[in-house]
Design a protein. Structure first.
Length: 251
């Protein structure tokens, strides 16, 4: 498996396993089956509406088919985009295959990137069966198709820790409380979560240094003095993340 280490802007190294052609084919296969079923239902609905429209107006069926074709296009592009927006880089197929789309900085993708990479999917599909996309993936070491290059994204395997659940070493009840965690941005919370989920994959020295840097950055950002933190930086990050998750602003 091809491993990739990304240095985040916070100088925290994160290691990912790149998704190859096999796992991405599995994901695309299931997504295509789901799309086919949905499009088949839309097609039959269009047939019924067009047939009934003939009794009212000769042009009614033309409008029905025009709308049906437009809905076909929306399903083709919107299926991937909407799932990757709301499922943080995954579709049903990607979840089944255990892979996820992320930014090339290691962060979760946003709406713009999800839409951009899937608009270019039409070019990647040419001339058929993702011919351009497959050739492009073979020609670069990070297995990126054209949509990934344009959007600045990568497809990686899920961490075994993240795939099951994000584990915590701190007890449910602790003497430390940091209500300032409500002031974290979603991006900062995602950075903490990514570090905690992948910490077992990071070498001990790099893990300790990365945790210390993140803790210092978070402390400075939300105003937590070093003396009021737990001595273990990972415990501190766990508590801050729990506090953030329990707040109404958590998304």
């Amino acid at each position: 498996m091809d491993k990739l280490t990304i240095d985040t802007p916070e100088q925290v190294p994160l290691e990912f396993v790149l998704a190859g052609l096999g796992s991405r084919f599995m994901a695309t296969f299931l997504d295509t089956v789901i799309q086919f079923v949905v499009l088949l239902l839309i097609f039959f609905s269009g047939c019924v509406l067009a047939a009934s429209g003939l009794t009212f107006s000769k042009s009614a069926s033309v409008w029905v088919w025009a709308i049906t074709i437009f809905v076909f296009w929306l399903v083709y592009v919107g299926y991937y985009s909407l799932f990757e927006i709301f499922w943080k880089g995954q579709t049903p197929g990607k979840r089944w295959a255990g892979i996820r789309v992320i930014k090339d900085t290691g962060r979760p993708i946003n709406t713009f990137e999800a839409i951009t990479r899937n608009l270019v999917r039409i070019v990647d599909f040419m001339p058929s069966a993702y011919g351009v996309g497959v050739v492009t993936m073979f020609l670069n070491s990070k297995h990126r198709r054209l949509g990934d290059f344009v959007a600045g994204t990568l497809v990686v395997h899920e961490s075994s820790d993240r795939a099951s659940s994000l584990f915590f070493n701190t007890a449910e009840r602790t003497e430390f409380s940091f209500p300032q965690a409500v002031n974290l941005s979603p991006q900062e919370a995602e950075l903490i979560e990514t570090f905690l989920a992948r910490r077992l994959e990071i070498p001990a020295q790099a893990r300790q240094e990365s945790g210390r840097r993140i803790a210092q950055m978070i402390s400075a950002r939300i105003g937590i003095p070093a003396e009021s933190r737990p001595p273990d930086v990972e415990n501190f990050l766990e508590i801050v993340l729990k506090e953030f998750r329990n707040r109404a602003r958590y998304r």
